[in-house]
Design a protein. Structure first.
Length: 152
């Protein structure tokens, strides 16, 4: 994980462009296209769940922050790299890693990087889940969080 930029997908750069902002604002592309591609457990995205996400930001104006977010992530690469470069400051702190193996944004390479960087971590892997673990495996995520927060 020497360079965070190399881990940013071309998708990140597309979504941070004027075209990506347009697609998010005018066509709600995160909800309508990205979410369905980013989950492993497709059954988690019931019509009711999708309606909730679609109606949470019902207009282009309401989606302004979602449209701006990818650009801010790409723009923060130097700051994120600086945090990674200083990881010794937090590498020995307790960490909880919840990892969906079907995540299109964070792959096995990034998981291996975190495992090698952290010395005190608890790992929960979800073979059949993607990016939206709280939607795809809510009970398992809640159980893992509660147990981790109770650690001495």
């Amino acid at each position: 994980m020497d360079s965070l930029v190399k881990y940013m997908s071309p998708f990140s750069f597309l979504m941070s462009s004027w075209l990506g902002r347009y697609l998010v604002k005018r066509h709600n592309v995160f909800v309508n296209r990205v979410m369905p591609m980013a989950v492993g457990r497709k059954s988690a995205l019931t019509p009711e769940v999708m309606a909730h996400y679609r109606h949470a930001q019902p207009s282009p104006e309401a989606r302004a922050a979602s449209a701006a977010m990818p650009g801010h992530i790409v723009g923060a690469s130097d700051w994120l790299r600086a945090i990674w470069d200083e990881r010794a400051a937090f590498a020995d702190r307790p960490a909880l890693i919840l990892w969906g193996h079907r995540d299109m944004a964070f792959r096995k390479t990034e998981l291996e990087g975190w495992k090698s960087a952290l010395s005190d971590f608890e790992l929960h892997e979800f073979e059949d889940c993607g990016h939206f673990l709280a939607e795809e495996a809510p009970e398992q995520v809640a159980t893992a969080l509660r147990a981790f927060m109770r650690r001495p």
